[in-house]
Design a protein around this ligand. Structure first.
Ligand code: RIB
Ligand code: CA
Length: 309
């Protein structure tokens, strides 16, 4: 199997951390570099978390570049799911020894993309601050993005446990609009599918059985993460970012459909809403593919397999 080279932009974050583990462990992925953004915590914390996660899992050689400390056009509103450090529940993860590269994440991404002979995959699992700024500052490298697979948005399965806006879109909606207007091919893995991939008792039992050091740290992250979901929504921990990464490893895990996505930038309660024109009433060409269905069992089988050996 030839590994798919990817660049990974994230805001670790428990679920980002699990996605990083999957990217490093999967023989189908060649992790060229990781860039960090604000979102689940301030940039200093998401960057420190990223470095210590990669070191803990043996991926210390993967270069990390620090990115935007705030959204492009509005103040930073932090996510609340990961605790003050952005990675509560794994106190034994030692502080990072390594350092980030000297370049800003946006320039690091541009340099890596420019160096590619063929377009490559970019995976983003946080607010799109860095990717939006890449579009503005380095438009010449955009043709080197084969597909941007982004955990973000919510399109139609709104319910009592799914809010009208998803955090990564809500945190920096202007960046999302810039990316959608740029023409970069984007697959949006939104809450419609990630809220179907929940860690409940059967999954916890399987994680307990894995028993490897990686399995244990993922289990510890999940224990913290699930407790928050249970307390706030009465459900298990949703595997948001791991599913986005898994969709690059195995695109058959999700079913997608092309649709025009508009981003709400105004108002008090719905800015950041991702509004899908399912019936093409706006008459605008589709600017994204959105994930509509997911095979949750096969997702978990993939995750377990990456933690076992
Ligand atoms: O809405 C879920 C997203 O917000 C995930 O990427 C999670 O890490 C948080 O960033
Ligand atoms: Ca995230």
């Amino acid at each position: 199997m030839t590994a798919t080279p990817i660049l990974f932009d994230c805001d670790p974050g428990h679920d980002d951390a699990i996605a990083l583990v999957m990217a490093h462990r999967s023989p189908a992925i060649d992790l060229l570099g990781v860039t960090t953004t604000c979102g689940n915590a301030e940039i200093e914390k998401t960057t420190a978390n990223c470095l210590r996660i990669l070191e803990f899992i043996g991926a210390q050689d993967v270069p990390v570049a620090r990115g935007c400390h705030r959204p492009l056009a509005r103040p930073l509103v932090l996510g609340t799911a990961d605790g003050p450090s952005g990675l509560e529940g794994s106190p034994y993860l030692p502080p990072a020894q390594g350092k980030v590269v000297s370049q800003h994440a946006v320039d690091f991404l541009a340099g890596k993309l420019a160096a590619q002979r063929e377009p490559i995959d970019v995976v983003a699992t946080g607010p799109l601050c860095n990717i939006g700024l890449l579009v503005l500052k380095h438009p010449q490298v955009l043709p080197k993005i084969k597909e941007l697979t982004w955990m973000g948005g919510v399109f139609y399965r709104k319910s009592e446990i799914i809010t009208p806006t998803e955090f990564n879109a809500f945190c920096d909606p202007e960046a999302l609009k810039i990316v959608l207007d740029s023409g970069i091919p984007i697959t949006m893995v939104g809450l419609d599918v990630t809220m179907q991939v929940l860690v409940e008792a059967p999954q916890f039992a399987e994680f307990e059985r894995i028993g490897t050091p990686l399995g244990k740290v993922v289990l510890d992250w999940l224990k913290f993460y699930e407790k928050l979901h249970r307390n706030s929504m009465g459900i298990g921990g949703a595997m948001h970012d791991p599913l986005a990464l898994a969709a690059v490893i195995d695109p058959t895990l999700i079913r997608t459909r092309p649709v025009h996505i508009g981003v709400n930038l105004a108002g008090s309660y719905c800015f950041g809403a991702t509004v899908a024109d399912f019936w093409n009433e706006r008459g605008e060409r589709p600017n994204a593919k959105i994930a509509c269905d997911v095979d949750s069992d096969r997702f978990f089988d993939l995750l377990y397999s990456l933690l076992r050996d």
